[in-house]
Design a protein around this ligand. Structure first.
Ligand SMILES: NC(=O)c1ccc[n+]([C@@H]2O[C@H](COP(=O)([O-])OP(=O)(O)OC[C@H]3O[C@@H](n4cnc5c(N)ncnc54)[C@H](OP(=O)(O)O)[C@@H]3O)[C@@H](O)[C@H]2O)c1
Length: 311
């Protein structure tokens, strides 16, 4: 097993990298080399045996497999361009990106890395931070077979409970992730609407939450908890579970692709508008479920609820 590197220690990346480092330690393999814009985020990973490396190009030159888990397309593009323009050989290296990015970004990455005799594997994930902590994410993996076969054992039962193989075309796994997030974002909108309805009619959010969890499953129940615990608008010194801007990015990717192909996504469009209104009102430190705050306002309630931050 070659040296493995990791860039990106946000809400998802830190949990995933920690599970990978624990696995490597169990296998007595080389410790994970990690990097992040904010290096201090890596302290818990270092405590597990991970090795910090501030310079991404150096990390790439020292590793055979490089995982990235970053916020969006432009951050990924900038990292890959650092790697391809560093002057170091990338021959036979495998880049594995777990972020949610547009299939066109994936397609460019595939060809840029192929030109350097390196491989690109798209491995976006389904599930939020608590699921990442538990190592139970669902991965959609796509890329050259020789590379995905090397990467799968680092994912299955390490960071994920299930690996969906999307074949050799890496853009397919990115497409699956974008399609999946149509469901995610619409479900958050639906749960938010139901909870505002429950509050305004006097039914109460407690029985509503019990029903949502029982009848519609733990994912929908988890979205309800983000509202009732106030996690949709966490305190300003914390990081949201799934930042509102990340979900807006995902919705925009889906809508752009849908428009090109003459597909209408009216529910997603509504949810995106409500998330954008929430961000306009409450700023960046909001969870993707913060469309709930907008729905509250539309119903004559305050944006904030009794458990959320208050401004
Ligand atoms: N959160 C979820 O529930 C979830 C679920 C599935 C998929 N995803 C996707 O997974 C990806 C990561 O999500 P996340 O929730 O972990 O995001 P996050 O908490 O916002 O973390 C983003 C990561 O990207 C880095 N970053 C941001 N801007 C940067 C820049 N300009 N230059 C260098 N690094 C930069 C951050 O560094 P710093 O630490 O220095 O800020 C951090 O490591 C996103 O594509 C998201 O859509 C998220």
């Amino acid at each position: 097993m070659p040296q493995i590197g990791w860039y990106g220690l946000g809400s998802m990346g830190l949990a995933m990298a920690s599970n990978l480092q624990r696995h490597l330690a169990t296998k007595k393999a080389l410790s994970l080399l990690y990097s992040n814009r904010t290096m201090s985020r890596g302290a818990p990973l270092q405590a597990l045996g991970g090795i910090p490396e501030t310079n991404f190009s150096k990390l790439v030159s020292n590793c055979g497999i490089i995982f990235t888990m970053v916020s969006n397309d432009s951050v990924l593009q900038s990292l890959l361009s650092q790697a391809t323009s560093s002057g170091h050989s990338l021959k036979d290296k495998i880049f594995v990106d777990c972020s949610t990015v547009h299939p066109e970004t994936v397609s460019t990455a595939v060809s840029d890395l192929k030109a350097k005799s390196a491989s690109y594997v798209a491995a976006p994930v389904f599930g939020g931070n608590p699921i990442a902590v538990d190592g139970k994410l669902v991965f959609a993996i796509g890329g050259p077979r020789h590379a995905t076969e090397v990467v799968k054992p680092l994912i299955q039962d390490v960071m994920g409970r299930r690996v969906i193989d999307c074949g050799e075309d890496a853009t397919k796994s990115s497409l699956l992730k974008i399609a999946g997030n149509i469901v995610t974002v619409n479900m958050m909108e639906a749960v938010g609407e139901a909870q505002v309805f429950a509050e305004k009619t006097g039914l109460g959010t407690g029985p509503m939450e019990e029903l949502i969890g029982e009848a519609f499953g733990p994912v929908a129940g988890g979205y309800s908890k983000r509202l009732t615990t106030g996690a949709y608008a966490p305190s300003l010194d914390s990081r949201p579970g799934f930042g509102v801007s990340l979900a807006i990015k995902d919705a925009r990717h889906a809508m752009a692709m849908a428009e090109e192909r003459g597909v209408q996504l009216p529910c997603l469009e509504l949810a995106r508008a409500n998330m954008e209104a929430a961000r306009e009102y409450g700023g960046e430190c909001l969870d993707s479920s913060a469309m709930y705050g907008t729905l509250r306002q539309k119903a004559g309630l305050e944006f904030w609820n009794e458990k959320s931050r208050k401004g």
